[in-house]
Design a protein around this ligand. Structure first.
Ligand code: CP
Length: 313
């Protein structure tokens, strides 16, 4: 049974190091085939993705099914959100119908803030699991990244981790830099200066990609998020990005023997990552997606326990 109990899972900022390590241990247990909890009463969950997703959405649904939860379909494209219904009223509807948990991806930063603070006084009772909010947080991606790093090194203290690319737009970068530094890792950044801001100075040093490849344990490449750009990338070209910040064969060969490469996906092949390296021995791209299912099981279980759902599991 999980030792972590949370009413919601919306940000990594509030997690203690002990909770992070316990969630990793639980996810590793599920990955090794450990017994899945049996809930005495049904737990109903819906996945509400207001932004596109392949892996987070599918991975949460796989995790939910492996945990034996009842998944209630929700398609924002054909919902009453298109008639102007607010997110709160959509959740009030779901709660009234009997849904216990909502996994939500939304374009607005901190969309969850009012929803979780209002709850005690409202009829809407819903456990919220954040599947990504604007450029704010991506807790499940961060937790599966940490699991993948832990699998390789067994610890975080003193590890050198580079986070490279479209930093200002990246919720993956924010969640990771916050938790990795808290766990004792040394974070570095690289990428175009038009996607770098002072916000990152508090978490690590900016270095060139060529300085980083020789010394880091983890090379975390970020997706170039064209859909979030507003003209701040006038100098951008795929070729020049790849030449300056991309992981090519020459840079790959300079990485330490036990270094690993992470990418949250989807990959722009030939931009962040040379296409022939996506499945190279040091790449953990596929492992991250595999680990995501087990980590999301651990996260959902923590919220089920925190909300006392599922009976005596
Ligand atoms: N990493 C990630 O969030 O991927 P999706 O957008 O496909 O869910």
């Amino acid at each position: 049974m999980t030792t972590v109990k949370l009413p919601h899972f919306v940000t990594v900022k509030d997690l203690t190091n002990e909770q992070v390590l316990d969630l990793i241990e639980r996810a590793e247990y599920f990955k090794k085939g450990g017994a899945v909890p049996k809930f005495d009463t049904p737990v109903y969950v819906t996945n509400m993705f207001f932004e596109d997703s392949t892996r987070t959405h599918t991975s949460f649904e796989m995790a939910e099914r492996k945990l034996g939860l009842t998944v209630i379909p929700f398609d924002p494209q054909h919902s009453s959100v298109n008639k102007g219904e607010t997110l709160y009223d959509t959740l009030l509807t779901m709660s009234s119908i009997g849904v216990n948990l909502s996994v939500i991806r939304h374009f607005e930063n901190e969309y969850y803030k009012d929803l979780i603070t209002l709850q005690p006084d409202q009829k809407m009772q819903m456990g919220i699991v954040n599947a990504g909010d604007g450029s704010g947080q991506h807790p499940s991606q961060c937790m599966l990244d940490l699991m993948t790093i832990h699998e390789q090194f067994g610890h975080f203290d003193g590890l050198k981790v580079a986070i490279v690319g479209d930093l200002t737009n990246s919720r993956v970068a924010r969640s990771n830099m916050q938790l990795l530094t808290k766990l004792g890792a040394q974070v570095f950044f690289s990428g175009p200066k038009y996607w770098y801001s002072e916000e990152f100075d508090a978490y690590g040093q900016y270095l060139s990609m060529d300085e980083l490849v020789k010394q880091v344990d983890v090379m975390m490449l970020l997706r170039v998020q064209h859909e979030r750009h507003a003209g701040d990338e006038k100098d951008f070209s795929k070729e020049s990005y790849h030449a300056q910040y991309g992981l090519n064969k020459k840079r790959y060969e300079k990485l330490k023997d036990d270094a690993i490469i992470l990418h949250p996906g989807p990959i722009n092949r030939g931009v962040e990552f040379a296409s022939e390296l996506v499945e190279a021995p040091k790449s953990r791209f596929a492992t991250q997606m595999q680990n995501g299912v087990f980590m999301r099981m651990a996260m959902l279980e923590a919220v089920i326990a925190g909300r006392k759902l599922g009976g005596k599991a």
